[in-house]
Write a new protein. Structure first.
Lengths: 274, 323
């Protein structure tokens, strides 16, 4: 260390040269480095995949066993194969929330905003990285789910990939995870505190939606289908003519929740002191 | 160059910064001094666009920070040694910051070497000591080879070798024509490092002058006199402009008269003098006298004395030490 006490050489061959302007692409690159340089990412994402595929295997294994015993005629759909995203979404929500609240709790946000003083691009860049990673994780989780359920289902219960519904559900699972990640990220950016944001996101998905669905009053029955998870999960469910929202309508409602929350977060990020 | 005009920040009823004007010139080290809560950090955060001023403006190299297209190459800042995710390694933190400006890995390795972090660069920042955190913050500030450096308490937590390193670094950077703006609560450190000083108290600038001027302004006319006839001399010196305090038997301190005047008076009346010392104020004493009325949080009557002892206090007299 004693060498550093001499007159410091601040200039050297590698001092930044050329174009050093902050661009959206560079912010994406920075957020990519940030995400993968945290240990939590490296255990949350495998947990997400394992949870999704594990639940899918259980649904397939015990479901087939039951139907075979009861002798009922039953067609397995892709909805059974992606059933694991009910659990995978919780892990993805934790990742998405902590991606932004972790910056506030550690003070990193001040470094982030110093390098991106217009602020909104930094918020969008991180959001895009989180959503993209959630989508890819969903793709991997769905592929692994397919692989582990394939031998369990056997020839008798093969999922018909020719059916448009099954195609929609298999593509829908990663899309659903991406949209849920967007909502969780936006809530994290709004609330800025890890515990508060996690409680809000999980409370909304696990408690509020179930409670609304249970209360038989007209008001709650009207609202319930438009809540994020209820609406978005239409995309990964078998065709249901009685549903208030169709698969893509429901998904659109979920995305709208995320977009509105992120827009609110962007406005507040601009206004608030960091 | 940093320019603040009418810069104001209010939090509800409380005014943290009250319409201050100042200019930080390139080519020298400007120290920013003030008691806790005086508005130093708030001012620095407003310069960096992190806090929005209630009114007024502050520009860096002629533009508000938020309008800089390539902020890291204009301004490097160490605002808070903990502005780093504790779960990330030092190298990865610097890589992420550098990536926003397209600055390559080579420069990252270079600032790591410059700040002496090679041994710990791969370790997670959460385990860093305060001193290592400061070095990492300085490394991040240097990434873009900026024209302006803003360092909030850069020597906080550094060992003596690190303090010397920071002192040499900021002097070197200013000698290259850069603007260096640093805050410190260590007056002695500022006396050795800064060329120009801004003193802030209760959100107002109370002094803005070269270090030498500030010291000269406060080292008025205190004279220490040791005499076996101290009591007699004290009587002779009494006047509307002079105050005489008895420090101990045979030792008095005179304020409001020069050493020459005291000596001549003593000679005229045949008073024997054993010692006649003009007490030159240190920067520390100058700072204390400037901020005496502007300290936000008075820490009991002995507070001032405690602060004095933190730095080296060349001019601290027995009287001060006992007070």
């Amino acid at each position: 260390m004693s060498a550093t006490a001499t007159v410091p050489a601040t200039r050297a061959a590698a001092r930044p040269s050329g174009d050093t302007r902050v661009t959206f692409g560079r912010l994406l690159r920075s957020e990519w480095i940030k995400l993968w340089s945290l240990r939590s990412t490296w255990w949350v994402l495998p947990i997400t995949v394992v949870a999704q595929a594990g639940i899918a295997w259980m649904i397939a294994y015990f479901g087939v066993q039951q139907f075979d015993e009861s002798g009922m005629d039953y067609t397995v759909t892709a909805g059974d194969i992606v059933g694991g995203i009910q659990f995978a979404q919780l892990a993805i929500c934790v990742l998405a929330v902590l991606a932004i609240t972790g910056e506030y709790s550690t003070g990193m946000i001040r470094s982030t905003l110093s390098t991106s003083p217009t602020r909104t691009p930094a918020l969008l860049a991180k959001g895009l990285v989180v959503v993209a990673v959630a989508f890819v994780t969903g793709v991997v989780g769905t592929l692994v789910s397919w692989a582990v359920t394939y031998p369990v289902l056997g020839e008798a219960h093969r999922v018909d990939l020719g059916l448009e519904m099954n195609q929609r559900i298999l593509l829908g699972a990663p899309l659903y995870l991406a949209a849920i990640a967007l909502l969780a990220y936006a809530i994290g950016a709004l609330l800025r505190h890890s515990a508060g944001a996690l409680a809000t996101v999980l409370g909304l998905l696990l408690v509020v939606e179930s409670v609304f669905a249970l209360i038989p009053w007209a008001f709650f029955e009207k609202i319930s289908p438009y809540l994020p998870m209820s609406a978005g999960s239409q995309l990964v469910m078998s065709d249901n003519p009685d549903a208030v929202l169709g698969p893509w309508e429901g998904y659109g409602v979920l995305v709208a929740w995320g977009v509105v929350a992120l827009a609110a977060a962007a406005v507040l990020l601009k206004r608030r002191d960091a | 160059m940093i320019e603040a005009r009418g810069l104001t920040k209010r939090y509800g009823q409380k005014t943290a910064v009250a319409g201050i004007d100042f200019t930080v010139q390139p080519g020298k080290v400007t120290g920013f001094l003030g008691p806790n809560g005086a508005g130093k950090s708030t001012t620095m955060r407003m310069i960096m666009g992190l806090d929005r001023p209630t009114s007024g403006t502050v520009t860096v190299n002629g533009r508000p920070y938020a309008q800089l297209k390539s902020p890291l190459t204009e301004v490097g800042a160490l605002l808070d040694a903990k502005a780093v995710h504790s779960g990330r390694s030092a190298t990865n933190h610097l890589r992420a910051v550098a990536a926003t400006h397209g600055i390559g890995r080579k420069r990252v390795d270079e600032v790591i070497e410059m700040t002496g972090l090679q041994a710990v660069a791969g370790k997670r920042v959460g385990g860093f000591s305060l001193g290592m955190g400061q070095r990492l913050g300085i490394a991040a500030a240097l990434l873009g080879d900026p024209r302006t450096l803003i360092l909030d308490e850069p020597v906080n937590g550094l060992d003596p070798e690190g303090v010397l390193w920071v002192r040499n670094l900021v002097k070197h950077l200013s000698s290259e024509g850069r603007t260096v703006f640093l805050s410190s609560h260590l007056m002695s450190e500022m006396a050795l490092t800064a060329d120009h000083i801004l003193v802030i108290g209760r959100g107002r600038i109370i002094a803005d002058a070269p270090v030498a001027d500030i010291v000269a302004g406060a080292s008025g006319t205190r004279v220490r006199v040791r005499s076996p006839q101290a009591g007699r001399l004290a009587e002779l010196l009494q006047g509307p402009d002079t105050t005489v305090t008895s420090v101990e038997a045979g030792l008095i301190e005179v304020t409001g008269a020069t050493a020459e005047a005291v000596g001549e008076l003593a000679a005229r009346d045949g008073v024997v003098l054993h010692e006649l010392t003009p007490v030159a104020a240190s920067l520390e004493a100058a700072y204390m006298s400037l901020t005496a009325d502007d300290v936000e949080y008075h820490s009991a009557p002995t507070g001032a004395g405690t602060t004095v002892q933190q730095g080296t206090a060349p001019a601290s007299t027995p009287q001060e030490a006992r007070r």
